[in-house]
Design a protein around this ligand. Sequence first.
Ligand code: WT7
Length: 633
Amino acid sequence: MAMDKNEIVLKVNRVYNPPRAIVDGSYIKPEEYERLYAESIKDPESFWAKIAEEELHWFRRWDRVRAGDHPYYRWFVNGKLNITYNCLDRHVKAGKRNKLAYIYINEENHEVKVTYGELLDMVNRFANGLKSLGIQRGDRVAIYMPLIVEQIVAMLACARIGALHSVVFGGFSAPALRLRIMDAQAKVVITSTWTKRRGKKIDLKSSVDEAVADLPFLEKVVVVQREGDDYELVEKEVDFHGLVKSQSSVCEPEVMDSEDPLFILYTSGTTGKPKGVLHTVGGYNVYTHYTTKIVFDLHENDIFWSTADPGWITGHSYLVYGPLSVGVTSVIAEGAPDYPDPGWWWSIIERYKVNVFYTAPTVVRLFMRYGEEWPRKYDLSSLRILGCVGEPLNPEAWIWFYEQIGKKNCALIDTWWQTETGGHMITTIPSYAAKPGKAGKPFFGIVADVVDKTGQPVAPNTVGSLVIKQPWPSGLRTCWNEPERYEKYWKTIAPYYLAGDLATKDEDGYIMFLGRADDVLNVSGHRIGTAEVESALVSHPAVAEAAVIGKPHPLKGESIKGFLILKHGQEPSELLIEDLKLHVRRELGSLAVPDELQVLDSLPKTRSGKIMRRVLKSHELGMEVGDISTLED
Ligand code: WT7
């Protein structure tokens, strides 16, 4: 049922204090936040050292907590560790061998339960398997898989032996996968035959075949054969489960330096091809461990469900490394949120008594459309904390989530962060008062502000750019092969880290996000560069030029609209438009397909020839165009 406008305004302007029981049970009490925060930024080295010391196992202690010259910081200098030891061995040694690490469920109701002991066993066997294929410390391994236990095993096995994984979301197309494999020069690709979504089998293996054709450096393709498969492996191909079975379950964790690379994850930027964001072992382990524990307020017996896919950073930090390092039980579900029916996810919460549920605003809005009757059918009383990430959680969706899913009995957190930041940056912690539509406060150790172009803080409630003023342990260390792109984050509003998001800060210091300040699109929480879609469009033989903008969309947050100039002799037609959409799907994947394509005679450009997307966007949305003094025509 839709709320009327006045009701929403009233609710939005309220401050939501979490229920007493949540405050009482939480690690950090609301009245402690300010003091702890002040301490954490006054002396970040002591703050993080204490956490690293108390929470994690190190083979060798660090010499200095932080070192390096701006913007190249190093954390826990000369510290030695292995993140898989902290995620697995540590818990097994502490008597938690039989505790569940994951409960996997798919849309056919097939369930798999994996304990910490079993996970360690599988990871070690597969790690030995990777070694037997010639993978060594420092090598890159691409992973293109659905959300199954084997995917997590693949990631951890790489980390076990010091190889870098580069996980590529299964929704990306073959050329997008190929680009990432080539950029990282991956020696091995790990995949599975297929995934299932809404009852339909989606073939992954054939995309891999296309992606790896004639790549001389690519040595092996490891394939998970799924239930009922009887796939005959050809040259270069290795069976995942066969490899696991053939190996010993003992594999000593590689002793990694704190600053050794852990993984590469590609993400879209303003221009050009995606950049390979590089994270390192020590700072990432410490920061994701601590944010998982504190931001989700996870306790020993909690059941955690992060609905993310490991193809994105949320899956890396809060489905794999963070929850395992903390040692909780996580639910993972392969498939779509609303299949077989719109009650599917609520039934999972009921069945496993999920306590902490972390999802994306686009999913909340999807469920809002289906209506309250679906969640009402299920017992959701196990829920204690609800969380969101990926794009702004608009106030209407915030209130719906809070009332209809949380039954006004849960804390709701809106966590802002990025692939680059590795972990949560701006969010209220569950015990702290929240405001609908606002992510809230910086996390411990994070010095954030909203500033103008010169780096000066803007007045309260005025739009500016979100910057981070001090380094933090899990920040990206560089962009793979492209250090200049890394430096750009710190150069535009020097010496701060520029996130690329527009934001405001209110009188109480609550930060609200308004979307990207640059040419990066956010479609259903998926980050897509306008440049990538444009270059996919112009790679079609009928297209001379293309410009892409994002338009506000009630469900997806943003939808993609492309403007095209056709080559001479090409006529616009419905058939051509459909073919162009298909072409983008083939080049990039379904997530990047424009909803609308419009053919124009010319595109607005600056005198130096740059397309002014801003002009197209204002025109499209019927808004003021703003300064067009540089417009050519
Ligand atoms: C961009 C980063 C971090 C995991 C998912 C996305 C947007 C993310 C929020 C939020 C408003 C958000 C930003 C950011 N974003 N979380 N809570 N409120 N916007 O990671 O793909 O690296 O995208 O997502 O625009 O810059 P990503």
